[in-house]
Ligand binder design. Structure first.
Ligand SMILES: NC(=O)c1ccc[n+]([C@@H]2O[C@H](COP(=O)([O-])OP(=O)(O)OC[C@H]3O[C@@H](n4cnc5c(N)ncnc54)[C@H](O)[C@@H]3O)[C@@H](O)[C@H]2O)c1
Length: 276
């Protein structure tokens, strides 16, 4: 199976490339960093350029699109928004025209709560799931929300099989020893969430390779099964979100985000907990 991984030189992309190769996939890495090397199966390309997208996606069975400006505050908002929209649209368009049947791409928990938030973040119920209303509060978050609409559109109108992965806070191997952590004294504290970077990479690979209905769009949170803070989850809800409805019997430090969709759709079960 030939998979194109964009954002291949980024934090998650680099881990994903190694993981997918270890599973036997033929992987072409693409990123705008440095210059390419056919020996390393890496091509340097700016994916805001539509023609470059067509070139690198040719012959692929799936693309996992991680290339993006990966947060707010690094560049002017307009640049972040325009870059992310251009990359996402170009990748989906090229896949549709070239017959690349599966597109997986990185959305973000920031569609539900943006960091830092401009207004109080409200949750109607817990565990949070994909049916909960979103509230993007930055151009970065907006680019992720609109990317989900693009994924939906290309599934519906072009028959692509698309997967939007709402990554939670992806914890690198270097940061892992610092968890669990104390809760910050901020009343706008967003719900705690995380996923180990190796779990995140495995989720991408599963989303690209597991059987899914042709022409479907799957939207799924990618999260650990517990929180990464030292406050029990019920206490946390009572303190920060007292009006939210409790839709499940959340115990101990259990996650406030449901992982059911990712498990049912493509078999993703996280293997890492910061408490084990
Ligand atoms: N890290 C997290 O906690 C997290 C959480 C939610 C969502 N995400 C999303 O996951 C994806 C990967 O995140 P990451 O943490 O690895 O970020 P990262 O910044 O480490 O990697 C992103 C990569 O995209 C590349 N890129 C940027 N613009 C490009 C362009 N025009 N053409 C080609 N490549 C380009 C960058 O060079 C970089 O290597 C991003 O889409 C990000 O928004 C990450």
């Amino acid at each position: 199976m030939k998979i194109v991984v964009t954002g291949a030189k980024g934090r998650i992309g680099a881990v994903l490339v190694d993981y997918a190769r270890s599973q036997g996939a033929q992987v072409l890495g693409v990123d705008s960093v440095g210059r390419g090397s056919w020996r390393e199966q890496y091509i340097a390309a700016d994916l805001t350029d539509t023609g470059s997208c067509y070139d690198v996606l040719r012959g692929a069975d799936a693309v996992i699109n991680l290339a993006a400006i990966a947060d707010s505050g690094m560049f002017p908002n307009a640049h972040t928004f325009q870059t992310n929209m251009a990359i996402t649209y170009n990748v989906f368009l090229a896949a549709a025209h070239l017959g690349v049947p599966r597109v997986v791409w990185a959305s973000s928990i920031q569609v539900n709560h943006t960091v830092p938030a401009h207004r109080p973040v409200r949750y109607q119920y817990f565990p949070l799931d994909e049916a909960h209303p979103v509230d993007p509060q930055s151009e970065y978050a907006l680019s992720k929300y609109l990317g989900e609409q693009i994924a939906e559109y290309f599934a519906r109108d072009y028959g692509l099989t698309t997967v939007s992965l709402r990554f939670t806070d992806v914890v690198t191997v270097e940061r892992w020893p610092s968890l669990p952590q104390a809760i910050p004294p901020d009343l706008r504290y967003p719900i705690p969430h995380y996923v180990h970077i190796h779990d995140c990479a495995r989720a991408c690979y599963l989303a690209a390779t597991a059987p899914l209905p042709a022409g479907s769009h799957t939207l799924a949170f990618i999260a650990a099964r517990d929180t990464h803070v030292d406050m029990p989850s019920r206490e946390l809800i009572a303190r920060y979100y007292p009006d939210a409805e409790l839709r499940a019997d959340i115990q101990g430090y259990q996650a406030l985000i449901s992982g059911r969709r990712a498990e049912e759709a493509f078999g993703f079960v996280p293997q890492y907990s910061c408490r084990s």
